[in-house]
Design a protein around this ligand. Structure first.
Ligand SMILES: NC(=O)c1ccc[n+]([C@@H]2O[C@H](COP(=O)([O-])OP(=O)(O)OC[C@H]3O[C@@H](n4cnc5c(N)ncnc54)[C@H](O)[C@@H]3O)[C@@H](O)[C@H]2O)c1
Length: 426
């Protein structure tokens, strides 16, 4: 029997709990609390230091626990933020929806492709609001990019390049390990969950992204942001063929995932867009600025570049010239060719106005705009209205599935296929 679906009135408070209050969970909590009417009731984490920190930040009245089921059992909680390592996402999401909570689950939605359908089913069955935490899908930059692509601003899309390069230790997941982490302060078994059992080893908890047992490598961590952004801009349901390569080039610290990864994905024709090719890249020793994150959308009539906070559109006017090889034709053939050519494409005499045509335009959101804050606002709007958010479980899996298949392709050295209708990958 499901708990009744109650609409939360515009002025009612929404009480939330955060499960996993590390780097992102603490950030998500702050963003959530910036939304009017949202208040924090409870926090769950398996490292006691993080629970102590919660009380320092928000007061001793916050209920804290190592066991997320105690959070889900509370009647006073409407929604949960799930910001644990990836291998816990699907289990806690399903349990939370089953317990009548709305869910904001960090990306990637799942740790393995086999988990995706169960999360979608739970969303359908329970009617709970479920949003994945790829905040860029709410970004005004991608909304503008979507508008420009659908209006034909770059002509027919033929290729997209997207990259997320980094050049710092933290960016490469060398997170700090607290000196008080011991079997007494960490609930090790609860961290491990369904992953293979191992003795206590703090590095595997605090740098969990470096291990396939808990994380999803650069593909699940970062390609998924790029795929979510791409699907927002193009309205695509996803690719059908995926191949990736790369290697562990620099961060040889015991991790079992690559730090350089390149993937090529084929996007088939879909009502809203033609077929196009996608190239993805992550490099954790990129030798450039701390982080570079961008997209280049290439079309028949222009190129659109997006960064986190701006978009530039470059128009590339079609130049139709007969081409230099005609001089290799016999004179009479050249004359016939040019006569026919010019009757189709008359020569346009240059004008003073044309010396520097306005060829690029830049768009940026208003000062102070923050896509992450906005993504949380959108979620709590859904909690109140009971209208499904844009980045629901289906959208989340359409991004996570191909990202995880990039890992399969890399580790198994083979081409993978993604059935974007059935949401099945091989
Ligand atoms: N949207 C974004 O831009 C973004 C950015 C960073 C991280 N993330 C995502 O957020 C999630 C967390 O990443 P992070 O960088 O905050 O990691 P983190 O290690 O800083 O935090 C994870 C927290 O979860 C706790 N935890 C582990 N197992 C738990 C369990 N069973 N129950 C409760 N708590 C548990 C850990 O003790 C830790 O405090 C990941 O899925 C990651 O992909 C998203």
């Amino acid at each position: 029997m499901q708990p009744p679906l109650q609409k939360i009135a515009a002025n009612d408070r929404i009480r939330i709990a955060t499960i996993g209050h590390g780097g992102m969970g603490s950030g998500d909590t702050r963003y959530a609390l910036s939304v009017p009417g949202v208040e924090l009731a409870a926090v769950c984490d398996i490292y006691d230091g993080r629970l102590t920190r919660v009380k320092e930040l928000y007061g001793s009245q916050i209920f804290t626990t190592r066991d997320y089921r105690e959070v889900l059992a509370r009647k006073d909680i409407d929604a949960v933020i799930i910001a644990t390592p990836d291998h816990w996402h699907s289990t806690i999401s399903i349990d939370a929806m089953q317990a009548g909570k709305d869910v904001y689950c960090e990306k990637p939605m799942v740790h393995a492709i086999s988990e995706g359908k169960a999360v979608i089913d739970a969303q359908e069955r329970t009617g709970r609001m479920f949003q994945v935490g790829s905040q860029y899908v709410t970004s005004l930059v991608y909304r503008k990019a979507n508008q420009l692509v659908s209006e034909g601003a770059i002509g027919t899309l033929n290729m997209v390049e997207a990259w997320l390069d980094r050049n710092t230790a933290i960016g490469a997941w060398e997170y700090s390990i607290p000196p008080d982490a011991t079997p007494a302060t960490v609930d090790w078994d609860r961290f491990i969950g369904s992953a293979p059992k191992r003795p206590f080893e703090p590095v595997r908890l605090f740098r969990w992204r470096n291990y396939q047992d808990y994380g999803t490598g650069v593909a699940g961590d970062l390609f998924v942001h790029l795929l979510s952004g791409l699907h927002t801009v193009t309205g695509s349901m996803g690719p059908e063929r995926i191949i990736s390569t790369g290697g562990l080039r620099y961060w040889k610290d015991g991790r079992d995932v690559p730090d350089v990864m390149l993937a090529m994905l084929d996007y088939p024709k879909q009502q809203a867009h033609p077929e196009f090719s996608l190239m993805l890249r992550v490099n954790f020793k990129s030798g450039v600025a701390q982080e570079q994150f961008g997209f280049r959308f290439i079309g028949s009539e222009g190129v659109m570049d997006t960064s986190m906070s701006s978009l530039t559109l470059h128009k590339t006017p079609q130049e139709i010239e007969p081409g230099y090889t005609i001089t290799t034709f016999p004179k009479a053939v050249q004359e016939t060719f040019l006569r026919e050519y010019r009757s189709k494409y008359p020569a346009v005499p240059p004008t003073a106005d044309g010396i520097r045509p306005e060829s690029s335009q830049t768009f940026a959101p208003p000062p102070g705009y923050d896509a992450h804050r906005e993504h949380h606002r959108v979620f709590y709007e859904a909690v109140r209205s009971r209208k499904r958010p844009f980045e629901d479980a289906v959208f989340g899996f359409r991004a996570a599935g191909p990202a995880l298949l990039s890992n399969t392709s890399y580790f198994e050295k083979r081409i993978c296929r993604w059935d974007r209708e059935q949401l099945v990958g091989v």
